[in-house]
Design a protein around this ligand. Structure first.
Ligand code: 13P
Length: 252
């Protein structure tokens, strides 16, 4: 059966020193607790190589927030999937709405990034979700369907099975507006049905689908009790140990 996961996305926050302190603080806070979910921190590239020396990455797995759509070579400023993997990172967040909207990442680019991540042994946390106008026009289902079909439904089932899907309604990211548990459950169930149509029920049942967007200690439990919500991708609340731990406690 699928795994519950709480993943933090630090975005462009924390210097190297601050980030290592945050990671160590998280490990210390979790030390005497029992929890059944997977825990991941998605850090800037700068932190990745230093983290395995300060935390046990078997207990707190590490994710990059991006990787290049090219294998290697003359691409100044880019970081390849192979480089990410060589740090000990296990995951890579791909398709975040901030990358799609601010950096123009297209379905095609994300398809390439996903293929390279998988080729290099990274597990993509693939983000999908609609903007406010699309939700208001009741187009959220067609938006997430197109995002999946455009970038990851080309994968064979064996490769798709390595993905974690994160549904993040763009209107809920960093806004304090959260999808209601009913809205989130409804679209998570729809996403799972799309996966079932494409890859069959077993793959769909085994796919972890995270919710992201202003998830916090107060609203986490109400979201996570739903059958198709398998944890969260947490932005702002992952930057403080106590807030992140409270969300981990909410899923248990
Ligand atoms: P917030 O939790 O800050 O809304 O961010 C969510 C997010 O974008 C995680 O990837």
């Amino acid at each position: 059966m699928r795994k519950n996961i709480i993943a933090g996305n630090w975005k462009m926050n924390k210097t190297l020193q601050e980030g290592l302190e945050l990671a160590k603080g998280l490990e210390a806070a979790l030390k005497d607790r029992s929890y059944a979910c997977g825990i991941i921190i998605g850090t800037p590239f700068i932190h990745l190589a230093s983290l395995p020396a300060v935390i046990d990455t078997k207990k707190i797995a590490v994710a990059a927030q991006n990787c290049a759509d090219k294998e290697s070579g003359a691409y100044t400023g880019e970081v390849s999937a192979a480089m990410v993997k060589s740090t000990g990172a296990e995951y890579v967040i791909l398709g975040h709405s901030e990358r799609r909207s601010y950096y123009g990442e297209t379905f095609e680019v994300l398809k390439e990034k996903t293929l390279l991540a998988l080729k290099n042994g990274l597990k993509p946390i693939f983000c999908i979700g609609e903007v406010k106008a699309e939700r208001e026009a009741n187009k959220q289902n067609e938006v997430v369907k197109a995002q999946l079909e455009g970038s990851v439904f080309n994968l064979p089932a064996e490769e798709f099975s390595k993905l974690v899907i994160a549904y993040e309604p763009v209107w809920a990211i960093g806004t304090g507006l959260t999808a209601t548990p009913e809205q989130a459950q409804e679209i998570h169930a729809y996403i799972r049905s799309l996966i079932a149509d494409k890859y069959g029920k077993e793959v769909a049942d085994n796919t972890t689908i995270l919710y992201g967007g202003s998830c916090n200690a107060q609203n986490a439990k109400g979201l996570f009790v739903n059958p198709d919500i398998d944890g969260g991708l947490i932005g702002g609340a992952s930057l403080k140990v106590e807030d992140f731990v409270a969300i981990i406690d909410a899923i248990g």
